[in-house]
Design a protein around this ligand. Structure first.
Ligand SMILES: [Zn+2]
Length: 251
């Protein structure tokens, strides 16, 4: 049976910025791919209503996922209201148990945006609780072992104080940069908004710049960086590195 990788991020386009290349490489390695966002990006427009922009962005995220043969789902949280509470933990846990991933990629616990940080904490708790049979999630059974959990680099590689966050695993995505760019370009509503405001294709430029910055840490053209969660009860070996040994590097 195929191994499963899940990129569970906050907004449509977060994964395309920060981990789509690694997902593409896992797909090439024969893994089943799942991509999910906590919200549909309902505050990502000044002109359209929440319902209108959400419908567009769900479609864009789904189109992007299809380019690497990944399945997409939105967990239907609202922008700016991702909370660490009982119902939110159970919603994320139920989705995790539905997918039963071996590797989970999620937002950095240190980032410029609270929704990103709370997503990270919810996913961390859901992974930890994946095998707890007394935590009931209707329709979805507990599973073991605990998934391998990796945090994406924060946007611009820094935390909210401006401190540089150093990745511990760097994946060379130079060979899949084209598909990563195509995936990000699927998010036309965001790309066009930035184009109007910056007068250039800032969306794709910023993504490539972050890829170059991470790549420079390991002598690669374009790379994505990750930190593995190595707390108690989580797997201690580096599965991402083992699977992508041709293209990944521990730092
Ligand atoms: Zn985001």
């Amino acid at each position: 049976m195929k191994k499963r990788a899940l990129a569970l991020v906050t907004h449509p386009d977060d994964a395309e910025f920060l981990c789509a290349g690694t997902m593409a490489l896992l797909g090439k390695a024969g893994w089943e791919l799942h991509m999910a966002t906590m919200t549909a990006g309902d505050c990502g427009s000044k002109e359209l209503s929440r319902e209108e922009i959400s419908a567009i962005r769900r479609e864009e995220a789904s189109d992007a996922a299809k380019l690497i043969d990944a399945r997409y789902q939105c967990l239907e949280f609202d922008d700016m209201f991702i909370c660490y509470d009982r119902l939110s933990i159970l919603r994320v846990l139920a989705y995790l148990r539905k997918i039963r991933p071996h590797i989970v990629l999620t937002m950095s616990p240190d980032c410029y945006m609270v929704d990103h940080e709370i997503t990270s904490t919810l996913v961390r708790t859901a992974c930890f609780a994946s095998g707890m049979t007394n935590m009931k999630t209707q329709g979805f059974e507990s599973f073991e072992p605990t998934p391998y959990l990796y945090y994406l680099d924060p946007i611009e590689g820094k935390d909210k104080f401006g401190n540089v966050i150093e990745p511990t695993t760097i994946v060379d995505i130079s060979s899949v940069m084209d598909v990563k760019s195509d995936m990000l370009a699927c998010h036309a509503s965001q790309r066009e908004w930035l184009q109007r405001h910056h007068g250039m294709d800032q969306y794709l430029i910023a993504m490539k710049e972050q890829g170059e910055m991470t790549g420079a840490k390991a002598g690669m053209k374009y790379a994505e960086g990750f930190r593995q969660h190595l707390g108690h009860a989580y797997p201690q070996d580096n599965l991402l590195l083992q699977v992508l040994q041709q293209t990944a590097q521990a730092v």
